[in-house]
Design a protein around this ligand. Structure first.
Ligand code: B12
Length: 418
């Protein structure tokens, strides 16, 4: 079959990520014997014309659309990002009668409401490498048998999800794929070594996207892939794993193999402030880690358990110091306004974050409410949302004890700091 896969870019954050997820789906679809064309739309380009042109030239039998970001999670000035994607789907619909399939991280959080809002014919929740080729065979055979796993339909019916237990069988994009993106050799190429997160922070949507158990690629295959990319001219990488340091034995093994490979890489990873000892930090630095996102989110002993964080302020501080000690830059994150937040806990968090002498600190006020999370239940109990609310459209939690004060407090702090 002829398969057109579309990704969109947007200016929701300071970094515009390269479409790793869709590239993985494209590789699996080609391997299954289909003819694939990938259309990565830019944020300022004339997207609708690009879509019309691609459909006219390629005449796809199926169109897959990747839905990554729903919104920018900014309570003060929320940007809902699906309006332009809805338009892209409408253009596909007008230019082609082929089925339109939705998938992606954002889609997987809201499989029903995103399908309804965007107007796709069907969606796949979660990873697409097995599910999308299975869907294509099902369509080729006339869609007579029960649908393959992870599918959602506009009438609300869906088939159960399935997660691959290990990731080595899934292909990764080759260097030539990234070379098509202007400036990509200077950008951070996304790398993924693990999927899934068992940690259950009260607000987080990751388990809806990737499931809870940590599923891995072998460190050997990650290093093999990075070697190919290095030889293809790429040096800068971003490990997009939810928690680079989980499990720590895997993280150490991966770092050791990276060190042995002598690739001279420079990479960024996301660290949960627990399970990092001096040995891991040193291995990370030697393996090329120059920056980490350090997601402590709060610096208050009262708030950490409220957010279901499994570390203490002391542990977060020790890890921050260990990382600084080996020369890794630390980008810290505070997420303020969660259940139970008070002026005192906010002040504790700000003081804590300042005392870490981070290289950068991002403060978010108000927590984006995702479905099926403990935060959504709390918001419901407290009357902040109702069961009828469609959470696809951004709703935020902010503790009633700081609601009238916190946004100004943080705005003032940020303007004071220039
Ligand atoms: C790493 C990451 C980042 C990194 C990206 C680094 C990089 N160079 O790529 C950084 C830190 C820059 C970042 C920034 C932001 N991020 Co972010 N990010 C992630 C994270 C943790 C992983 C994404 C990833 O690369 N996954 C790996 C790939 C392989 O998986 P995938 O893309 O999901 O693709 C698979 C499936 O979804 C599916 N699939 C994908 N496309 C398609 C298409 C079809 C047709 C099918 C069938 C299947 C399919 O198959 C793929 C392979 O299995 C996710 C959370 C998560 N666990 O998914 C959040 C996430 C995507 N980010 C999110 C957000 C909000 C943002 C920001 C807006 C935050 C901000 N305010 O700045 C910015 C936006 C940046 C931008 N302009 O787009 C949200 C999106 C939801 C929402 N509310 O919109 C997520 C889901 C986190 C969350 N809150 O739950 N992010």
């Amino acid at each position: 079959m002829r398969i057109l896969l579309i990704s969109t870019a947007n200016n929701a954050g300071s970094i515009v990520p390269l479409p790793l997820g869709l590239a993985c789906v494209a590789a699996a679809t080609e391997r299954a014997g289909h003819h694939v064309r990938l259309l990565a739309l830019g944020s300022d380009a004339d997207c609708e014309n690009d879509v019309r042109k691609a459909i006219k030239q390629f005449a796809p039998d199926v169109i897959g659309v990747s839905v990554r970001n729903i919104d920018d999670q900014n309570m003060q000035l929320p940007h809902f990002l699906l309006g332009s994607l809805k338009q892209v789907v409408a253009v596909c619909r007008a230019a082609s009668s082929s089925p339109i399939v939705l998938g992606g991280a954002g889609y997987s959080i809201f499989p029903e409401s995103a399908l309804a809002y965007l107007g796709g014919d069907m969606g796949i929740r979660g990873e697409g490498e097995t599910a999308f080729p299975a869907l294509l065979s099902w369509l080729e055979q006339g869609a007579q048998s029960p649908p393959p796993p992870a599918m959602h339909f506009p009438n609300g019916s869906h088939s159960p999800r399935a997660f691959a237990p290990a990731l080595d069988d899934f292909l990764l994009p080759e260097p030539r794929f990234w070379l098509d993106f202007p400036g990509s050799t200077e950008m951070r190429i996304p790398v993924q070594s693990r999927r899934g997160c068992p940690l259950d922070c009260i607000y987080c949507s990751t388990s809806l996207i990737e499931g809870r158990p940590v599923r891995r690629r072998s460190p050997e295959s990650v290093v093999e892939w990075l070697t190919t990319l290095r030889h293809g001219g790429f040096r800068h990488f971003h490990f997009v794993d939810n928690t680079f340091n989980l499990p720590p034995s895997y993280a150490k093994d991966l770092c050791r193999k990276l060190i042995d490979s002598e690739l001279g890489l420079d990479w960024w990873g996301i660290i949960y402030p627990k399970w990092v000892d001096a040995e891991l930090a040193e291995l990370m630095a030697k393996a090329g880690c120059t920056q980490v996102s350090l997601g402590f989110e709060s610096g208050s002993e009262t708030m950490l358990p409220q957010l279901n964080k499994r570390f203490t302020c002391r542990e977060a501080r020790e890890i921050s110091d260990i990382l600084a000690g080996v020369g890794i830059e630390r980008y810290g994150f505070l997420l303020l306004g969660g259940p139970g937040e008070t002026r005192e806990t906010v002040d504790e968090s700000l003081e804590f974050a300042d005392s870490l002498r981070l290289d950068a600190l991002k403060i978010t006020v108000g927590l984006r409410i995702y479905p099926e999370t403990p935060l959504a239940s709390t918001a419901l109990e407290e009357g902040l949302i109702t069961p009828e609310d469609n959470l696809l459209f951004p709703h935020f939690y902010i503790s009633p004890l700081v609601r009238d004060w916190l946004p100004d407090r943080i705005a003032r702090r940020e303007s004071d700091q220039g």
